[in-house]
Design a protein around this ligand. Structure first.
Ligand code: COS
Length: 384
């Protein structure tokens, strides 16, 4: 389908596709097996100007937005969901600065992220605060010209590998979610360390760790927006980045369909390629249709986000929800088409099915997305 990409957007997509084919496909199984962070590939992405697609030119980026980030994320995911999340999670860590940073913060932190010299990460989740993001316990207490952070963040993508962290902590616990604030914290600061690297079902080359704060002193100039704005910073960030999860899901699913199609044309049973059987044809047709529907929704949502529209929560949740559920179904069906081979690590669809699962969980479970959509629908209906 023609999505009317500009010449520049076509170049981004084609370059990301080329990097995915040439650099990622040959090593993805090994990266998954060894659970090794793909620094070599991150370097290639950086050298190809892929790290600053969504960052304004004045801070060293390419001046695009969520849409360009989605295009690149989709192509990388088509080859490997693990590499894609290392890449896209840096965007998640950067959006709080893009949306809420002051000029000095943007000038200090964005150029190194745009050039790919540094990766970013987002620290919201805690052991007792997953879906209930307002329930975080990490504290930030003002002390002179610093805040002192104490607490532990859990399951942080790019943990340990990133240099720049946007971290949500409570400056006033009594106020609940209205007492949260967001800070930029740098790797290497005293009192900031990392827990063990988690062993995961999928996206195994990515790094997932705890962020541990023990009397970590953060300069007051690293507070984003104002005290008490932390929850809004987090929610507005997720509104802009959930289409990126949708793009990951579309890419992983497209990769699985590519494999299933190619296998179905080669695999002969009962004297014919299995692609000649209607049972397989209908599965392939449904997979392709679902992918295209999800892609159209992701692209439309990303463009809507970039238009500067004020309330994007509902559509952002819709595209993440729809694409992630689609991805789980399509990758499961791809394994089914490959049959016994699909279940073996020798073929990539097994990894794709494992990688797909997380898209239904991170950046808000699909149950939370349904809550966001339903609450917004009810609100809109009441205001008519
Ligand atoms: N944009 C702007 N404001 C928002 C907002 C958004 N997208 N979402 C919520 N708010 C505001 C609300 O309007 C409310 O403001 P007031 O206090 O002025 O009324 C405030 O934030 C609290 O909102 P709400 O009452 O809806 O918060 P809840 O505690 O009920 O939580 C959910 C809302 C469940 C949607 C939120 O906690 C969430 O998104 N959870 C999932 C978190 C997540 O994605 N985790 C993954 C970690 S990052 S990989």
């Amino acid at each position: 389908m023609d999505y009317f990409l500009t010449e520049e957007q076509q170049m981004i997509r084609d370059l990301a596709r080329q990097i995915a084919q040439e650099k990622i496909v040959p090593v993805r199984a090994e990266l998954d097996e060894k659970e090794e962070f793909p620094w070599e590939i991150m370097k290639v992405l950086a050298e190809s100007d892929m790290c600053g697609l969504y960052i304004p030119e004045v801070y060293g980026g390419m001046g695009g937005g969520c849409f360009e980030l989605c295009l690149a994320t989709e192509e990388i995911s088509r080859a490997c969901g693990g590499v894609a999340v290392c890449y896209a999670a840096s965007g998640l860590g950067t959006y709080p600065i893009l949306l809420f940073g002051n000029e000095a913060q943007k000038q200090k932190y964005l150029p190194d992220i745009a050039s790919g010299k540094k990766l970013a990460a987002f620290g919201l989740t805690e052991s007792e605060a997953g879906s209930d993001a307002g329930g975080i316990q990490t504290t930030a207490v003002a002390d002179g010209d610093h805040y002192v952070l104490n607490g532990t963040k859990q399951w942080i993508t790019n943990g340990g590998e990133a240099d720049t962290y946007t971290v949500v902590a409570m400056t006033d616990k009594v106020k609940g979610s209205r007492g949260a604030s967001t800070f930029i914290v740098e790797k290497g600061w005293e009192g900031f360390s990392f827990g063990k690297k988690e062993k995961k079902m999928g996206i195994r080359c990515s790094s997932t760790t705890e962020l541990i704060f023990r009397n970590c002193r953060v300069p007051k100039e690293n507070l984003l927006a104002r005290e008490g704005m932390g929850f809004i910073v987090a929610m507005k960030t997720l509104d802009c980045t959930r289409p990126g999860i949708g793009a990951q899901a579309v890419g992983i699913a497209q990769g699985a369909l590519d494999e299933a199609l190619s296998y179905a044309r080669r695999r002969v049973q009962f004297g014919k390629p299995i692609s000649s059987f209607q049972a397989i044809q209908h599965m392939l047709a449904d997979m392709a249709t679902q992918i295209e529907a999800a892609r159209a929704l992701v692209y439309a949502t990303a463009r809507h986000v970039d238009s500067g529209a004020r309330n994007v929560s509902k559509v952002s949740a819709m595209c993440k929800l729809f694409a992630a559920d689609m991805c789980m179904k399509v990758t499961t069906d791809a394994v089914q088409i490959l049959g016994g081979y699909g279940y073996m690590r020798e073929y990539p669809v097994e990894k794709m099915m494992r990688d797909a699962k997380i898209t239904q969980i991170y950046e808000g479970t699909n149950q939370i997305q349904r809550n966001v959509i339903a609450l917004q629908l009810i609100k809109e209906s009441a205001s008519k």
